[in-house]
Design a protein around this ligand. Sequence first.
Ligand code: PLP
Length: 450
Amino acid sequence: MSQIMFYSTNGAAERVDFRQALLVGQAPDRGLYMPQRIPVLDSELLSRLSNMTYARIAHHVVKPYLGDLVPDEKLQEILNDAYNFDVPLEEVYDGKYVMRLDKGPTCSFKDFAARLMARLMQFFLSKQGRSIVILTATSGDTGSAVAHAFYRLKNVQVVVLFPRSEVTQRQRKQMTTLGENIHALAVDGKFDDCQALVKQAFADPELGHMDLSSANSINIGRLLPQAVYYFYAWSRLSPEGKPAVISVPSGNFGDLMGGLIAMRMGLSVRRFIAATNENDEFPRFMRTGTYQPIRPSKNCISNAMNVGHPSNLARLFDLYGGHMDELGVVHRQPDLQRMRQEIFAVSVSDQETRQTISDAYRRYGTILEPHGAVGWAGLARYLREVEDFSPCISLETADPAKFPEEIVRLTGVEPPLPPAMSAQDGLTEQYQEIDARYAALRTALERTLK
Ligand SMILES: *Cc1c(COP(=O)(O)O)cnc(C)c1O
């Protein structure tokens, strides 16, 4: 099996192997890494997935990209340790399922990617005797997933930037109560400001000595693990191999990219639904063929999806033969026709999101939170427009207990607090506040990491 190399979507960086792409995060030409070849899993293997554990399925999906970089047994050990929690698939009605990706330690789907990425990074770093600084921007859930995934790993410091007034108290506490190698910065700005600051730090030669790496959804190590649960869902729901319709609540489009990669790897998918909140730059692009970032991004209740220019669109365009640079400028159009065949894009307003939470509880007794509700509403919209009897799966990406006020108001029930969240309630928070200027970030980094 020849080693899969990774190229940059901007086309001006050297090809690297998985280990290099993982440790550097963003390519030096500011593009995102993509696999040069997407391996296809044969149908005999696909038919056997239904009898495998999640961690075993993960092995088959991830292994081809790693080649010989991680010995098989070590990889399985890492995967067994990373995926030690449930992945429930709940039938809501009549072949329409919700897959709950919220049972990890920080109760969002970002645990899937962060836990594997952290363990792989630790494996490579300890072999090299190297240490790095993970610098990451979060709209809520990345920061906590990354912080928990790296907590107490010896050769890694983590700096998390979050928009001060756009995260809930519980989300904030998941980042600020750990301490030790985890440093939290509250930015007086929006998520897009945090993301821009992080990008600027990566491009700053004066920080070169810090060995910065990113754990954002731009890291290829975050992306590949997100292909796994699509195979898992399909293996459990579609033993006869029928294609599925899968709805993905989307912000930075890393989750959807994982699904599209799974499809290229042989997963049988009828249609993906890309459901955004009112930050509808992608649905508008799909309709009009013109891409226009939303600045500033809109503040919706599905706060982890308040993204006005999704970083993974560079990958998505690349997958369909286009080229979008890191600023969102389109240099070559993707194959829009094929995109429309494979992806149904919808934007869901806050009002519709709230209505969906309330209806899902009233009609089916299903508790959704705002992100999962955007996905579910997107699926409902699709099913009204397209006659389709395929199994349908909508991703629930966070635990409803992260958004208690909204859910109590809409359903009258208090979502039960998972043990992982009640444990942090009494802990002390530690974080620095900075304004959204690059100079402020640099000072904070130099002070924190000296
Ligand atoms: C990050 C996040 C999303 C969006 O995922 P992307 O990969 O950025 O599209 C959706 N829901 C929740 C709860 C999240 O934390």
